[in-house]
Design a protein around this ligand. Structure first.
Ligand code: PM9
Length: 460
């Protein structure tokens, strides 16, 4: 099996991190100790770590050099001003509040904009984002197009908003009950699927009509821009940097987990164009994160972020990053493994409902599959199905239509040979899929249960 790849990464290695290889017996012991939750494994026991692309990127030599330029003053660090300048230039947002990571920004923004009983429409939920909306009394409503809930549907922009769904919500609740529409670029839970510029432009027109803000979850905006460049004719000759700026200009503010697109191991921010919201955020950030010129970060982290943002919108970088994801997707398809199509930006999402159709969703097919893959090869993946979806404020389980296992690719970290090993492991598990039994949850934490829940295998 050989799938041609006619390009290579725009970087070379200067330092390597050695990996531990484990035996099946060691992996069995580690998985039992982790309660069959890949989040509870020790990373030392993992061979190839595809748990997440969050904070797991390899920084460049420029970023590491930037770390040495950290100005660790409590107030007014020069790295903050550098970051502020880069955010304004790259994304166009006026005001910046750094935070320790994405959810820090979500917390502050939700507290400022959402009132008890408000409705927050969005293009599919994200775990931390929805939880912060709910914790302040808001209710998330999914307005993504129906195609996004169908893993087989090959719509090129499965992150698009169904404008009719949004307009129905506005008529039902009134625009005053909708503080903003929550729009993610590269929709994570749908499989890293993009929103088109055409759809975002139409959404802007509709929200303008009702004076409703658009808040952008820009965690993977550069990856989204790549799909716009590749799939929307009018953007074929535009650079990723130009497209990113145009996306941001269609929105009023953003929360960012810089641990993804922006190529850093820690960091995030809230960016906003509205002075009054900024003033309140600048005040609240000192309660939850730190002074408004560091927001829980060291000066060196802000410097690495500023440089990472610049690198993240380079065309060569994004082409190689998504090219690697596509390569793994093609390998998986070669072995007939059911994956979400089209292949998304930050990982391969295996359709666990189709991989393990004999396991009901309430016995956690994707969580089960994560354990099986680890036991086979030491590759660590993440459940993105019923466990991640959690419970409604009323206590019932959310039952997502998508029951997926995410093979998330860290940026600039693994090689093509690693991708082959991963696909071969998935293929081995696929061969004995009929013998795999589901699991029960034996410990469930109250919030974001996927991080810390524990499971037992059925009939083992
Ligand atoms: N995403 C991911 O692995 C980190 C662990 S799961 C919570 O995909 C979006 C679209 C994300 C995201 C984190 C956050 C939160 C917000 N929006 O993890 O707090 O994918 O920096 O960002 C994870 P932080």
């Amino acid at each position: 099996m050989y799938i041609k790849r006619s390009w290579a990464e725009p970087y070379k290695m200067k330092m390597v991190e050695l990996l531990k290889m484990t035996t099946p017996k060691q992996r069995k012991k580690a998985m039992e100790a982790a309660g069959y939750n890949t989040f509870l494994l020790r990373s030392e026991d993992v061979y190839i770590d595809l748990l997440t692309d969050s904070g797991t990127s390899a920084m460049s030599d420029h970023q590491w050099a930037g770390m040495m330029l950290g100005d660790e003053a409590y107030a007014g660090s020069r790295n903050f001003y550098h970051l502020e300048e880069i955010v304004k230039k790259t994304y166009g947002y006026q005001y910046l509040i750094p935070t320790h990571q994405g959810r820090g920004a979500e917390n502050i923004l939700s507290k400022i904009l959402i009132k008890e009983g408000d409705i927050i429409p969005g293009n599919m939920y994200f775990t931390t984002t929805r939880l912060h909306q709910e914790l302040v009394g808001g209710k998330f409503e999914d307005i993504i197009i129906d195609e996004a809930h169908d893993p087989e549907n090959e719509h090129p922009f499965k992150g698009n908003v169904d404008l009719n769904k949004l307009e129905r919500l506005i008529h039902k609740h009134g625009p005053e009950k909708i503080p903003y529409v929550s729009i993610a670029t590269s929709v994570n839970m749908a499989g890293g699927q993009p929103i088109s510029m055409e759809n975002l432009t139409a959404l802007r027109a509709l929200t303008n009509k009702y004076s409703i803000r658009i808040i952008h979850d820009m965690t993977r905006v550069a990856e989204n821009a790549y799909f716009i460049q590749q799939r929307e004719k009018a953007y074929k000759n535009k650079t990723i940097a130009q497209i990113v700026l145009e996306i941001c200009k269609l929105t009023d503010g953003a929360t960012m987990s810089a641990k993804k697109d922006a190529l850093v191991n820690i960091g995030g921010f809230l960016a906003i164009n509205d002075w009054e919201v900024f003033e309140e955020a600048r005040n609240l950030v000192v309660v939850y994160e730190g002074l408004h010129t560091y927001g829980g970060l060291a000066g060196r982290d802000m410097e690495a972020m500023a440089i990472g943002i610049r690198e993240s919108v380079q065309d060569n970088h994004i082409k190689a990053r998504i090219g690697q994801v596509e390569y793994l997707g093609q390998q998986m398809q070669f072995f007939n493994i059911p994956i979400v199509k089209p292949i998304g930006g930050h990982g391969i999402f295996v359709n666990a409902s189709k991989f393990l159709p004999h396991i009901p969703q309430t016995n956690f097919p994707a969580q089960t599959l994560a354990a099986e893959i680890y036991l086979d090869s030491g590759v660590r993946t993440m459940e993105r199905g019923i466990v991640s979806a959690g419970r409604k404020p009323s206590g019932e389980n959310y039952l997502p239509k998508l029951e997926l296992l995410r093979f998330t690719i860290p940026r600039r970290v693994y090689t093509q040979a690693h991708m082959d090993v991963i696909a071969e492991s998935a293929a081995r598990v696929y061969e004995h899929r009929k013998k795999i039994k589901g699991m029960t949850m034996v410990y469930e934490p109250k919030y974001l249960r996927f991080f810390q829940a524990r499971f037992d295998r059925l009939n083992s």
